[in-house]
Design a protein around this ligand. Structure first.
Ligand code: AR6
Length: 172
């Protein structure tokens, strides 16, 4: 099992599954969510609508899985990270849940290679260093319990996040 770090666009990442930092409606938005829907095409939002019809919404920290449409992946795993309200709203636990629920869905769908964006660190404003520690620790904790996953890729869109991840991963 390896953890890799990329500076780039997750819609270009070849993996069994890529993770989307979505919102509770699953209907798309800006940031990485917008990029995934634009590049993946209409089939992704069509599946999201079916899921919403069935379950109402996707809660913060939860995740769902759909086709990846035209993306170079089999699946998109949509998760909803917490909005940062200063740290007193269970943000750390909710972000941990988001990563762990994605990994759980990945394993259930026999995903071997999964790529994550830096969930919640854009418009949801989660402090980047704090979010990176949670992302890496959640993945490492999960990997202790699962042998199916072979590769985890953290895809950083900005250099600041990339350097933060690089420094933390170097200490592990
Ligand atoms: N590839 C990889 N990472 C990206 C890409 C990309 N193409 N584009 C942006 N990022 P954000 P959030 C990075 O705002 O904070 C949406 O409108 C970005 O630099 O996309 O979880 C949803 O619908 C940042 O580091 O997601 C929600 O309403 C990271 O992705 C809301 O934003 C997350 O930034 C979710 O906010």
């Amino acid at each position: 099992m390896v953890i890799n770090l990329i500076l780039g666009d997750i819609t270009k990442t070849k993996a069994d599954a890529i993770v989307n930092a979505a919102n509770t409606t699953l209907l798309g938005g800006g940031g990485v969510d917008g990029a995934i829907h634009r590049a993946g095409g209409i089939t992704i939002v069509e599946e999201c609508k079916k899921i919403i019809k069935k379950q109402g919404s996707c809660g913060v920290g939860e995740s769902v899985i759909t086709t990846a449409g035209n993306l170079p992946a089999k699946f998109v795993i949509h998760t909803v990270g917490p909005i940062w309200y200063g740290g007193t709203n269970n943000e750390d636990l909710l972000l941990t849940n988001a990563y762990k629920n994605c990994l759980q869905l990945a394993v259930e769908n026999e995903v071997k290679k999964i790529a994550f964006p830096n969930i919640s660190t854009g418009v949801y404003n989660f402090p980047k260093e704090r979010a990176a520690k949670i992302a890496i620790n959640s993945v490492l904790d999960f990997l202790n319990t699962s042998s199916i996953l072979e590769e985890i890729i953290f895809v950083c869109f900005d250099k600041e996040n990339y350097v933060i991840y690089e420094n933390i991963l170097n200490t592990k």
